[in-house]
Design a protein around this ligand. Structure first.
Ligand code: CMP
Length: 140
């Protein structure tokens, strides 16, 4: 399988509970390399832009309010099949459905406050990485 990069966000519920290191360790233990990382506070407008594909969903306001409610840690993860691997390590969107040992099973509080975001395909990964990082910030 090809070496890929994917965008990861450690969400405000996780940074608030001081879980950044535990979540980063899950990625590294799975063989993913953190090749870029920064802690930022999104504005509501930035969160709306990032999640614009979900603009028509009933939870859009709740989602974007939450994502702007505290610091997030944005990361670029690199490795073989990184997009799929990251999704496996995160577990299902709803923590009630997440497999044991996954980040969301261990740490997520609810479907909205679910600790992490990960790109869903290589094409979206490229767009989402470019949303947060310049090429100079990616050090593989
Ligand atoms: P994420 O991978 O960041 O992509 C979109 C997010 O919308 C998703 O994770 C969830 O956190 C959030 N989401 C999905 N369904 C719901 C819901 N029913 N209520 C609130 N938030 C949701």
């Amino acid at each position: 399988m090809a070496i890929e990069r994917t965008l990861s966000i450690i969400k405000p519920d996780a940074t608030r509970r001081n879980l950044t290191g535990k979540i980063a360790a899950k990625f590294e233990e799975a063989g993913l390399r953190i090749v870029a990382q920064k802690r930022i506070l999104l504005t509501r407008a930035q969160a709306e832009k990032f999640y614009e594909v979900h603009a028509a969903r009933p939870f859009f306001g709740e989602l974007t309010d939450f994502m702007a409610s505290g610091p997030v840690v944005v990361q670029v993860l690199e490795g073989e099949g990184a997009v799929l691997k990251n999704r496996e390590v995160m577990g299902a969107t709803n923590p009630k459905d997440a497999a044991p040992g996954t980040i969301r099973a261990e740490f997520a509080e609810s479907v909205g406050e679910n600790s992490v975001h990960g790109s869903d395909a290589p094409e979206t990964a490229a767009q989402e990485i470019a949303f947060f990082f310049s090429g100079l910030e990616l050090v593989g």
